[in-house]
Design a protein around this ligand. Structure first.
Ligand SMILES: [Zn+2]
Length: 188
């Protein structure tokens, strides 16, 4: 493996899977920018962002990260512009506008349960693609496609990055079924 790619992979592996996905998706243009939450400034993350040729702005408890400096301030304030900045598929952005957030969450869980009960598979790429937003449906094609592209990028850097995401999402789901998700999230 290329020495530089190898070194990048090692540093990415030290980051939480959500941060990794945000960084690589931004670097490869699957989204204009990302918001990476941190309680305080993180030098290691800042160096990683620099080395990936991305730019950032520390904004209280989060980093705004983009490829182009001018995009940092172009996030907008309404949820449609913010959604586009995050690279969320248009069908999901529009659907989200019309629905009550909790209803949508319930609808998706129900849809997911039905699919699984029918013995249908929800691809892991769907969960990767929808990281950070509520998709319009468990069958949203744009979301799966986003996930397929993101997976290819992760694996292109190092297959362990994809494996790490899969572990994260599978185990998180087990915890959710156990009803302990809240305390786990707060533990970070
Ligand atoms: Zn959609």
């Amino acid at each position: 493996m290329d020495k530089m790619v190898e070194e990048l992979a090692e540093r990415l592996l030290k980051q939480p899977p959500t941060t990794v996905v945000d960084l690589v998706m931004t670097a490869k243009g699957l989204k204009t920018g990302a918001e990476i939450l941190r309680k305080e400034r993180d030098k290691e993350l800042e160096d990683l962002i620099d080395d990936m040729k991305l730019v950032y702005k520390w904004d209280r408890r989060k980093y705004l990260v983009t490829r182009l400096k001018r995009d940092i301030t172009r996030q907008g304030v309404d949820s449609v512009s913010r959604g586009r900045w995050f690279g969320i598929p248009e069908c999901c952005i529009q659907n989200y506008q019309k629905k009550d957030k909790e209803d949508l969450r319930k609808q998706l869980s129900l849809e997911e349960l039905k699919l699984l009960e029918m013995g249908e598979n929800v691809p892991d790429e769907f969960y990767l693609g929808s990281m950070g937003y509520l998709p319009c449906s468990m069958r949203c094609q744009a979301t799966v496609e986003r996930g397929i592209k993101a997976r290819a990028i992760l694996e292109g850097i190092d297959p362990r990055l994809w494996a790490k995401f899969r572990n994260f999402h599978i185990r998180r789901r087990l915890v959710e079924y156990g009803g302990e998700i809240k305390s786990w999230r707060e533990a970070k």
